[in-house]
Design a protein around this ligand. Structure first.
Ligand SMILES: Cc1ncc(COP(=O)(O)O)c(C=O)c1O
Length: 390
């Protein structure tokens, strides 16, 4: 049985007590303990006492905790700076032939999971765009479209809007059977909803650290399944991607180039050591709760939000064929929100409810530090706005 998220978690994140913070899909809260970690890290630089060997240990700690989080081996994880870098590394490591195909659903993807594939059109690669089904990833149509020329299916595990969950296991199984690679944009997923790269047949996955991983901007992870990574040639290569006998980072071996094992070949130059430190720190908190528990927690809060919004006469973007994760959107073009997104947003802010406005989508997004009061407050504020005189 899955354990519940500990009530003590919320106290680790003082931002959660300041407002109804429902904007993890833009950026997550950091635990207060990050301050001491950062202070110690920076003080060592201030005093000229930075320890490079310790820095590398922090990177390996972050790598191994991320691997643990998604059920991967540490050698299957490269360190990147964000999601788009991870996706571009994948797109440029595959040996494409003219006529090869990549399947996407452009209406649901963030542009950063579209441009890396569109950029391959100059090599004769065809990006096959499959329409969404009422905001849901068109898994059936994608599976039906699989063919020998399809090399990659690229999709988000949870879309950035409207925020429904993709059935990774089903598409993953079909991709594996057809010899296509499943590439997952996990920007909205890691640290929040449960990911198991083996059970879900994921070949590659790109993530960043500022949302569900409760850390800084400017760091990311790229998972690549070992058997796949071993066949790949990195486009960008530096010392950390090369396997040589010598051990110092400035050592060079003029002999034939041997790439490091699996995804390690994609590490390039020096790392964002501060971000690695803070990310490793936050991931310890996440791992202690476990993503099964966090997933169950946010999914039940999302379902509560849907019900609470409906009780206020606001229709959220949700229907039978969709599966909730940690995101609930409201189409602000509906009359109940008075078609005044900016005024609504300002009203919410004045009532201490933090969410995101993305075009006609008002997006609420949750993490393990949120509770029922947060979602009830959000629904109440929307109801009050609806009833307020114009
Ligand atoms: C699904 C998704 N992909 C990618 C990104 C951003 O990519 P990057 O980390 O490269 O800026 C976001 C949001 O920031 C996102 O929601």
């Amino acid at each position: 049985m899955t354990q519940d998220v500990s009530l003590a978690v919320r106290k680790l994140f003082p931002g959660a007590g300041q407002s109804a913070y429902l904007d993890v899909a833009s950026r997550g809260l950091l635990p207060e303990s990050s301050l001491a970690v950062a202070q110690e890290h920076l003080m060592a630089r201030v005093l000229g006492r930075a320890d490079k060997a310790r820095y590398f240990e922090l990177v390996e700690l972050a790598r191994s905790r991320f691997a643990q989080l998604i059920g991967a081996g540490a050698a299957e994880v490269a360190i990147t700076k964000n999601v788009s870098e991870g996706l571009n590394i994948i797109a440029t490591a595959i040996e494409w032939q003219p006529g090869d195909e990549v399947i996407v659903c452009s209406t649901l993807e963030h542009p950063n999971n579209l441009y890396p594939w569109r950029n391959l059109e100059r090599l004769g690669v065809r990006v096959v765009d499959i329409p969404d089904v009422l905001g849901v990833m068109p898994i059936d149509a994608m599976i039906a479209r699989l063919a020998p020329k399809v090399r990659v299916v690229a999709l988000s595990a949870t879309t950035f809007r409207p925020g429904f969950r993709t059935d990774l296991e089903r598409i993953g199984r079909a991709c594996r059977a057809h010899g296509a690679l499943l590439v997952v944009d996990a920007a909205q997923t890691v640290g929040i909803t449960h990911v198991d790269v083996a059970a879900q047949h994921i070949d590659m996955l790109a993530a960043s650290t500022q949302k569900g991983l409760c850390s800084l901007y400017g760091m990311g992870f790229l998972y690549m399944r070992e058997a796949v990574a071993e066949r790949m040639t990195p486009t960008a290569l530096a010392r950390f991607g090369v396997d040589i006998e010598k051990t110092h980072e400035a050592d060079y071996d003029p002999g034939p180039i041997r790439f490091r094992r699996a995804a390690l070949r994609f590490d390039v130059g020096n790392y964002n050591f501060l971000a690695a430190n803070l990310t490793a720190h936050a991931m310890a908190i996440i791992l202690e709760q476990g993503t099964h528990a966090i997933d169950a927690h946010v999914s039940s809060l999302a379902a509560r939000l849907v019900a609470a919004l409906r009780a206020q006469g606001i229709e959220p973007m949700m229907h039978e064929a969709a599966t909730l994760a940690n995101i609930v959107c409201v189409d602000v073009s509906q009359p109940a929100t008075k078609s005044q997104p900016d005024r609504l947003y300002a009203f919410m802010k004045s009532r201490n409810v933090i969410a995101a406005l993305r075009g006609r989508y008002l997006r609420f997004s949750l993490h393990f530090y949120n509770n029922a009061d947060d979602v009830d407050a959000a629904a109440t504020v929307l109801g009050d706005f609806r009833r307020a005189p114009d």
